[in-house]
Design a protein around this ligand. Structure first.
Ligand SMILES: [Zn+2]
Length: 422
């Protein structure tokens, strides 16, 4: 039988079980379509037990949070925590290969060590209101779990880190796979390949097979720019030149599409996260969607490279989840800015659908039913925003899409982790 606050006195905290709390913000965006005014959330620990439009409790005075609108904490499904101090605004990027040469030259210079860079990236994400981030860890100790002793580990965002493999030489698969097999990903995390041009098919096949066996997602940059397509189709172009200059092997086989490559290596199936996808045509996007591949788009990086308009929102293809990539190709690490940019760069979908992509879409792509909205049974992972009266959920989403100076009142929190009593 469901627990009913109107019929029972508030529970005393019992040993080992967090106390029940009754929380009343001015408004709650329960999900992208539902706005509740002065609701009461009944929470125990980090989980929501009940959400009441008209609170029936006789025994309880809820804790009030006046002037606050609570929304589900956004999820960013693609990031890199390294490169926080990359001076990327100075880099030329008319071609992707040109940007790569800047990145590689900068990596030879003195820069923040990976653990510090990861801490700064996470701190920016925390302050900007990110609830969960899925990150490729391309450098040792860049996975957000190694911090210098003088820096406190941030409570949020939750970090799902996947070691990113970059190895184009088909002869060099034994070592990366040995490391992977010795330390398989923890449940709920994932694996990452860099891109079709930078991993051999032998390695990609082995990693996609392991992802299926271990039941974790495999994330890969895919269909990002025309140079990738040219590299796969002809073995020519700026990216191929870049590989030749550095003595890295080119591919012998050819594919007329990054999606054809993905199919060839066994990645065209559910569990694959295809990141960027801005250079894919409608047929290719439909192939990914039909196969159950989840797409992730990073609007800030799309803007950084000044790429052509995307097809998202202009067809029936499900909207991608959103990501922020790294500061090597983005001006900031900020889920609300990515949301605003998604609306600005692909306005056809509209603010409600993009909010859904940022929250429920991200949660669905990772199979995280506990996140993305704020109903009973979900995690009470809130983002607290200044409340301005709105009649509908759509009005709230429109405001979030429009107001560049809208800042969270506090970093993301859960009761017991930062949501203190008044
Ligand atoms: Zn990336």
């Amino acid at each position: 039988m469901a627990w009913d606050p109107s019929k029972s006195e508030p529970e005393e905290p019992s040993e080992g079980l967090p106390a029940i709390r009754y929380l009343r913000p001015d408004a709650l965006l329960l999900d992208p379509h539902t706005l509740l005014k002065a609701p009461v959330l009944v929470v125990r620990g980090s989980y929501i037990l009940e959400v009441h439009r008209d609170f029936p409790g006789r025994w309880v005075t809820p804790e009030a949070f006046p002037g606050e609108l609570w929304v589900a904490a956004p999820l960013l499904l693609h990031a890199h925590l390294e490169s926080y101090d990359a001076p990327s605004s100075l880099w030329r990027r008319e071609s992707f290969a040109q940007w790569v040469s800047h990145l590689l030259a900068w990596r030879e210079e003195e820069r923040l060590p990976a653990p510090e860079s990861a801490w700064h990236s996470l701190e920016e994400l925390r302050i900007r209101g990110c609830g969960l981030v899925f990150t490729h860890a391309g450098e040792p100790q860049s996975n957000g779990r190694h911090f210098p002793s003088w820096l406190e580990a941030p409570q949020f965002p939750e970090v799902l880190a996947a070691p990113e493999l970059f190895e184009p030489d088909p002869e060099q698969v034994h070592e990366p796979l040995k490391i992977l097999d010795q330390r398989p990903p923890r449940p709920g995390t994932g694996l990452a390949l860099h891109a079709p041009y930078s991993v051999s098919e032998t390695l990609a096949k082995a990693v996609f097979a392991r992802g299926r066996g271990w039941a974790v997602p495999v994330s890969i940059h895919l269909g990002e720019h025309p140079e990738e397509r040219q590299f796969l189709a002809s073995g020519q172009g700026p990216l191929a030149d870049c590989f030749r200059d550095r003595g890295r092997p080119l591919k012998k086989q050819r594919w007329d599409s990054p999606v054809a490559w993905l199919q060839d290596v066994g990645g065209l199936h559910p569990g694959t996260l295809a990141v960027h996808c801005g250079d894919l045509d409608l047929n290719e996007l439909e192939s990914l969607a039909a196969a159950g591949v989840r797409m992730v788009w990073c609007p800030g990086t799309h803007l950084y490279f000044d790429r052509p308009p995307v097809l998202f929102g202009r067809s029936d293809i499900p909207l991608p989840a959103l990501g922020c990539d790294s500061r090597a190709s983005n001006a900031s690490l900020d889920p609300l800015r990515e949301y605003r940019l998604a609306n600005a760069l692909a306005p056809e979908a509209g603010p409600v659908a993009w909010w859904q992509a940022l929250t429920e879409g991200g949660a669905a792509a990772l199979g995280r039913g506990d996140l993305g909205s704020l109903g009973p049974g979900k995690r009470a992972r809130f983002l607290r925003l200044a409340h301005e009266p709105a009649k509908t959920a759509e009005e709230v989403c429109q405001r979030l899409a429009r107001e560049a100076d809208l800042r969270p009142l506090a970093p993301v929190c859960e009761p017991g982790h930062g949501l203190g009593p008044l």
